[in-house]
Design a protein around this ligand. Structure first.
Ligand SMILES: [Zn+2]
Ligand SMILES: [Zn+2]
Length: 1011
C-alpha cells in the first residue's frame, strides 16, 4: 500500500515532519558520506552578517545556494557546505550601540572598549544561532557546526598577510584628503559604501555676497546649500572662459545665470581671477592670515548657482583638489563628530546642522544675504545609520588600485556570470574603482597591523601573530584576541630600535569577507590544524579546522558563488582584489547574482517603514517550499516584489501536482498495485508519450540547473505538471478506473522522476512525496537517489503530441471566447496548419467535444481592417473618409507583410489595425502556426448530449460530497423532466458507476449507494 495523501497538503506540518525526519535519520550526513571522494564542487559562501534575524530577502540568496548545492550533490559531487558569518565592523557596532543606548564614540569609550567588544561578540553569537535556525527551517543544508566567523584571529592574520603583501608592493599609503564622513559613526566611508546610499533631503539654498576689495560696492555672488562650509571659505572660483556681468546692484554673476538682469559691464571670467574679496567669516581665529581671492576653475558649472563657486578645501573633495593646484590654505572646520573646532568662535562645539540658522541670520544682519530659500535634493547618507554625510579632511589608509586594475579585469574575463551582462557591470566597477580606503576609526573590527615609527619614519606592517609575538616589547600576556583594546596594548620594536605603537584604526569589513577563500581553505598553511580556524573571538563558536595548503589547492578557486548584485562592488570585488593580489587569478569561476527584494507594492523594504518581512514570519506563514518556489521562479535580473498574495497563487498551482500524486496513490491502492522495474505490459501510445515526456523533463531541467537558471527549472517543471495532469491523467482516466497496470506503472515512473528533479527547489515536498511513492529497494530519501541520466528521446512523438495539445488549447480558447461550455458538444471542427497531429483526430474530437474533425484551410475567418487614424489622418487628408468606408465594406486586398491595398493606396502594416474574427456561426482561435475553428450552431441532439455531460458532472460531484469510495455503486433517480436523457442511460451508468437509472417524482437528481 502507498500511504494515502490528504485532500490538501499542509505545507507547514509536512515540512516540520520532514525536518525532524532528516535529523533523526541523519539524511544529510548520509548524503555527504555517499558522495565522499566524488568529483568536487567548490562553493564558497559569502558571509551573512550576524547582526539581526534574517529578513525575507536573505531567503532569496540562501534558497539559490541550497538549490544548486543540492543539485550538485544529487549528481554525486563532494561539497564543503561551510557557512560563513560576518562578525565585525560597523553593522555590529551600530547594533550594539543601539542596544546599549550609546550614541557617540565618546560614549563608547566611556562605556569601555573591552566591554563593548564583549557585547559585540555576544551579539554575533546570538544572531548566528538565530540565523542558523532560520536557515535550517528554510531547508538549507550546511555543515552548521563548522561555520567560519570573520572575527576569528586566523581570519585576521590572513588579512594581515595580505596587507603586508600590499605594503611590499608599495601599494599602502596614508591618504590625506577630503573624504565623505559620517559624523555619528565618526569615520570616513569608502567608495563602495556610498553607492545607492542617498536620501531626499531639504537643505538651505543661500545666495551670498562676497564684497570685492578695492572695487567700491562691487560683490561676487556665490550659491551654497551647505552654509556650514562658509566659515572655512578660502577662495571663489570662476569659469575663466565664461562671461560674467555686473548688475545694477553691483553684483557679479555669470551672464548665463542671470539672463534677465540689466548689466552695466561684461567681462571674461579670466579677468576676475586674482581679485581679492572679504570672506563672510574672515574675522574668526581660524581664518587668520588667509587671503581670499578669485581662482580659475574650468569645471565651474553654469547649470546651477551663480557661476561663481565658494571654495572650502577642508569641506569638499573638489575643493581639496583645487587647494593643491592653487596652493590654498586648508581649513578643517569640524572634528570627527562633526562639531566645530575651538577656533571657530561662537560656532564651537555645534554641529553642521545647528549652525545653519545662526549663519543665515548673521549673513542677513551684515547685509551679505542676497536670497535665502531651501532646496530638496538627493544627498548621501551613511549606509549604516542614515546620518547625512559631510566632507572632512582625514588621513586614511589606502591601497593603491592602479597596478591591480588590469589584472583584475583579466581575471574577471575568466568568470562566467549569470545573467551574463553582470560581467560588464563588474568590469565597469573595476575600471572606475578608486584606491581602496581601508581604514575606519572605530573599535570592533580588524585591527590594521600598521606600526609607523616616529623616530625613523619606517612603517612596519605585521604579517602574522607569530611575528607580532616576536617583535613585541610587551603587552602579550593580556592579548586575549586580535581586537581592540587588547591589541593596542602591544607595542613592537622598530628596526631602528624605537618602540612603536599600532595606529588605532580598524579595517574595512570587506577585507574580512574578501579573505575567506584563503583563510578558510588553509592557503600556505603548512599543516592541518584541528579547530585551527576557531581562534580568538571565534573560539567556542565553531569547530572549524584550519586545513593545510594541499586542501586549498583542491578547493580553490570556487566553482561557483552567488550573492546579490550589490556585491559586485563589495564581496565580489574585495575577494577578487585580494585573490588577484595573492594568486593572480579570480577566486571564483562562476557567479549567479540577483537583484533586490521589494514589498508587494514595489517599495523598498525597511524595518523602519514597517513593510519589511522577517524570514521567520514568512516561513511560518507560507512555508519553506513555497518561499523557495517563489524565489526560483523569479528572473534574477529583475527586482522582485514579495508578498503573501503571489504565494497563495503558488500554493494553488502546487495543488495540481499534489492531486496528480494523490490520484495515483488512490488508484494504485484500490488495485493493490506494486510497481516493478519493468512495465507490466505493452505501453500504449499515450504511455509511450508520457515516458518520453518524462525523459524530456529530466533533460530540460538538468540543462537549466547546469546554467544556474532557476526560472528555466520552474518553467520545465510547470509545463510537465500541466502535461501530466491535464493530458496524461485526464486522457487516461478510464484506464485507471479499469485498473490498467501499465497506466499506473507509467504514471508512477513519471511522478518519481518529477519528484526527484524538483527536489533541489522544494526539498520538503519532494521528500514527503518520495517517501510515499518509492519502492522498497529505493533509498529512503530522494536526496540519496542518484540523479537520473538523460537518454535519447523520441523527439518526433513529443512534437506530435505537443501539436495535439496546442490544437486542443486553441479549441478551448475559441470555445471560451464564444461563451460555449466544454460540456456542450459541437458539430464540426476545422484545423488549419496541423502536421503529425492529424493522426490524432479522435483524441482531438473527444477533447473538444466535436463530432467531426477536418484538417483543411479555415474559411470561417473574417479579416477586418481599420485605419490607424493618428498615422493615416495626416497622410491621406481628405481621402481618409473614402478609404475608411472601403475598409469597412471589406473592399481591400491583403499584401505580403501585413499591409493592405485599398482605393489605390498601399498602406503599411503599422498604418492599419488588422483583426481576425470568426464568421457568424463559428468560434475561432489561432496562433502563428495553427488556426482552429468550430461551428457554434446547436441542434436538439447536441443540446441533449450537453445536458447529459452536465448531469454526469453533477452526479459525480454529489458522489464526492456524499463521501463515496471510488468503487461504490449507486442508484440514480432523475426528475421526470430529464426523461429524454434516458436515451443515453448506458453512457450515464458507466460514467457515474450506477447500477440503475430511472425517473421518478423527484425534483432534482438523487443518488443512493447500493450496498
Ligand atoms: Zn553612520
Ligand atoms: Zn624606527
Amino acid at each position: 500500500m502507498f500511504e494515502a495523501l490528504a485532500q490538501y497538503p499542509d505545507h507547514l506540518a509536512l515540512e516540520g515532519e520532514i525536518l525532524a525526519w532528516w535529523e533523526t535519520e541523519g539524511i544529510f550526513d548520509r548524503l555527504r558520506e555517499q558522495n565522499r571522494g566524488g568529483p568536487r564542487f567548490s562553493f564558497m559562501d559569502g558571509p551573512i552578517t550576524a547582526n539581526n534575524p534574517m529578513g525575507a530577502h536573505h531567503c532569496w540568496g540562501r534558497t539559490l545556494k541550497d538549490v544548486f548545492q543540492r543539485y550538485k550533490a544529487l549528481q554525486g559531487h563532494e561539497l564543503r557546505y561551510q557557512n560563513g558569518f560576518d562578525c565585525q565592523g560597523l553593522w555590529v557596532e551600530v547594533g550594539v550601540e543601539r542596544e546599549l543606548g550609546l550614541n557617540s564614540k565618546r560614549e563608547i569609550e566611556e562605556y569601555g572598549i573591552a566591554e563593548f567588544a564583549e557585547r559585540c561578540k555576544q551579539r554575533v553569537a546570538k544572531y548566528a544561532e538565530i540565523i542558523t535556525d532560520q536557515c535550517r527551517r528554510l531547508g538549507m543544508w550546511m555543515d552548521w557546526d563548522n561555520d567560519y566567523y570573520t572575527f576569528s584571529d586566523t581570519n585576521i592574520e590572513y588579512i594581515w598577510r595580505f596587507l603586508r603583501e600590499c605594503h611590499e608592493r608599495d601599494w599602502l599609503y596614508l591618504g590625506h584628503r577630503a573624504v565623505e564622513w559620517c559624523p555619528r559613526c565618526g569615520t570616513s566611508l569608502s567608495q563602495h559604501e556610498l553607492i545607492n546610499s542617498y536620501a531626499e533631503l531639504t537643505h538651505p539654498s543661500l545666495y551670498v555676497r562676497f564684497p570685492l576689495k578695492g572695487r567700491a560696492g562691487e560683490s561676487l555672488v556665490v550659491w551654497t546649500t551647505t552654509p556650514w562650509t562658509l566659515p572655512a571659505n578660502v577662495a571663489a572660483a570662476v569659469n575663466p572662459d565664461a562671461e560674467y556681468g555686473l548688475t545694477k546692484s553691483l553684483e557679479w554673476w555669470a551672464v548665463e545665470r542671470s539672463p534677465d538682469a540689466e548689466l552695466t559691464r561684461r567681462v571674461r571670467g579670466s579677468e576676475l581671477v586674482g581679485l581679492e574679496y572679504e570672506a563672510p567669516f574672515e574675522h574668526l581665529p581660524a581664518q587668520e592670515g588667509v587671503v581670499h581671492r578669485v581662482i580659475p576653475w574650468d569645471d565651474v558649472s553654469l547649470d546651477e548657482g551663480t557661476g561663481i563657486v565658494h571654495i572650502a578645501p577642508g569641506a569638499g573633495a573638489e575643493d581639496f583638489e583645487l587647494s593643491r593646484v592653487h596652493d590654498l590654505p586648508v581649513l578643517t572646520p569640524i572634528d570627527e563628530a562633526g562639531r566645530f573646532y575651538k577656533d571657530y568662535g561662537e560656532l564651537e562645539g555645534r554641529s553642521t546642522e545647528d549652525v545653519e540658522g545662526p549663519i543665515t541670520v548673521e549673513l542677513e544682519r551684515r547685509g551679505l544675504l542676497v536670497e535665502a530659500g531651501s532646496i530638496v535634493h538627493r544627498y548621501p547618507i551613511c549606509w549604516r545609520c542614515s546620518t547625512p554625510l559631510v566632507f572632512r579632511i582625514a588621513d586614511d589608509w589606502m591601497i593603491r588600485a592602479d597596478e591591480i586594475r588590469q589584472p583584475m579585469l583579466d581575471a574577471n574575463a575568466t568568470v562566467e556570470w549569470t545573467p551574463d551582462f553582470y560581467s560588464k557591470r563588474m568590469d565597469d566597477w573595476l575600471r572606475n574603482m578608486d584606491d581602496w580606503n581601508i581604514s575606519r576609526r572605530r573599535y570592533f573590527g580588524l585591527p590594521l597591523p600598521f606600526y609607523p615609527c616616529n623616530s625613523c619614519g619606517k612603517l612596519t606592517v605585521i604579517g602574522s601573530l607569530a611575528e607580532l609575538r616576536e617583535r613585541a616589547t610587551g603587552g602579550l600576556e593580556q592579548l586575549q584576541e586580535l581586537h581592540r583594546p587588547w591589541i593596542d596594548e602591544v607595542a613592537i620594536r622598530c628596526d631602528c630600535g624605537a618602540e612603536v605603537r599600532r595606529v588605532t584604526e580598524v579595517g574595512d569589513a570587506w577585507l574580512d569577507a574578501g579573505i575567506v577563500p584563503f583563510s578558510t581553505l588553509g592557503w600556505q598553511s603548512p599543516e592541518w590544524k584541528e579547530h585551527g580556524y576557531a581562534t580568538g573571538a571565534a573560539a567556542g563558536l565553531t569547530g572549524a579546522d584550519l586545513p593545510d595548503h594541499a586542501y586549498w589547492e583542491k578547493w580553490y578557486p570556487a566553482d561557483w558563488v552567488s550573492e546579490m548584485r550589490e556585491q559586485i562592488r563589495l564581496w565580489f570585488y574585495s575577494q577578487c582584489f585580494m585573490s588577484v593580489t595573492l594568486t593572480g587569478k579570480s577566486p571564483y569561476r562562476a557567479v549567479l547574482t540577483y537583484e533586490k527584494l521589494l514589498d508587494e507594492h514595489g517599495r523598498e523594504m525597511h524595518r523602519s517603514w514597517g513593510n519589511a518581512i522577517d524570514a521567520a514570519e514568512a516561513l511560518e506563514n507560507i512555508g519553506a517550499d513555497v518561499i523557495r518556489f517563489v524565489f526560483c521562479e523569479h528572473v534574477p535580473s529583475q527586482n522582485m516584489k514579495f508578498g503573501y498574495g503571489p504565494a497563495a497563487e503558488i500554493r494553488r498551482r502546487l495543488l495540481t501536482y499534489w492531486n496528480s500524486v494523490k490520484f495515483f496513490v488512490d488508484y494504485a491502492n484500490v488495485d493493490g498495485f506494486r510497481p516493478g522495474d519493468e512495465a507490466p505490459g505493452e505501453l500504449q501510445p499515450l504511455d509511450r508519450w508520457l515516458f518520453e515526456r518524462t525523459e524530456q523533463l529530466v533533460a530540460e531541467i538538468s540543462e537549466q540547473y547546469e546554467r544556474y537558471w532557476t526560472p528555466g527549472v520552474m518553467r520545465a517543471f510547470d509545463s510537465f505538471v500541466d502535461d501530466l495532469s491535464n493530458w496524461y491523467i485526464r486522457r487516461s482516466r478510464r484506464r485507471f478506473w479499469n485498473s490498467d497496470e501499465v497506466a499506473l506503472w507509467t504514471l508512477h515512473r513519471a511522478l518519481l522522476r518529477s519528484v526527484q528533479v524538483i527536489g533541489p527547489v522544494m526539498p520538503f515536498l519532494a521528500d514527503f512525496l518520495w517517501r510515499r511513492l518509492r519502492t522498497e529497494d529505493a533509498p529512503v530519501s530522494v536526496f540519496l537517489e542518484p540523479w537520473p541520466e538523460a537518454r535519447p528521446r523520441d523527439e518526433e512523438l513529443l512534437r506530435e503530441v505537443g501539436e495535439v495539445r496546442r490544437i486542443v488549447e486553441l479549441g478551448r480558447q475559441a470555445r471560451g471566447d464564444a461563451g460555449l461550455k466544454l460540456r456542450q458538444p459541437l458539430r464540426r471542427l476545422v484545423v488549419q496548419g496541423a502536421g503529425p497531429a492529424q493522426r490524432h483526430s479522435d483524441e482531438i474530437a473527444e477533447e473538444l467535444r466535436v463530432k467531426e474533425v477536418e484538417f483543411a484551410p479555415v474559411e470561417a475567418m473574417e479579416v477586418r481592417v481599420k485605419p490607424n487614424l493618428p498615422l493615416l489622418g495626416p497622410k491621406l487628408g481628405k481621402e481618409l473618409g473614402a478609404v475608411r468606408s472601403a475598409l469597412e465594406a471589406g473592399e481591400f486586398e491583403q499584401l505580403e507583410g501585413g499591409g493592405v491595398r485599398v482605393n489605390g493606396h498601399e498602406l503599411g502594416p503599422d498604418e492599419v489595425l488588422v483583426e481576425r474574427r470568426a464568421r457568424e456561426g463559428w468560434a475561432l482561435a489561432a496562433d502563428d502556426a495553427l488556426t482552429v475553428a468550430m461551428t457554434t450552431e446547436l441542434d436538439d441532439d447536441l443540446r441533449r448530449e450537453g445536458r447529459v455531460y452536465e448531469l454526469i458532472h453533477r452526479v459525480n460531484t454529489m458522489r464526492k460530497d456524499a463521501g463515496l469510495e471510488l468503487t461504490d455503486r449507486i442508484r440514480l433517480t432523475l426528475p421526470a423532466s430529464d426523461a429524454d436523457l434516458l436515451e443515453h442511460a448506458d453512457w450515464i451508468k458507466e460514467e457515474v458507476l450506477a447500477t440503475d437509472v430511472a425517473t421518478d417524482g423527484v425534483s432534482e437528481p438523487e443518488i443512493a449507494k447500493v450496498s
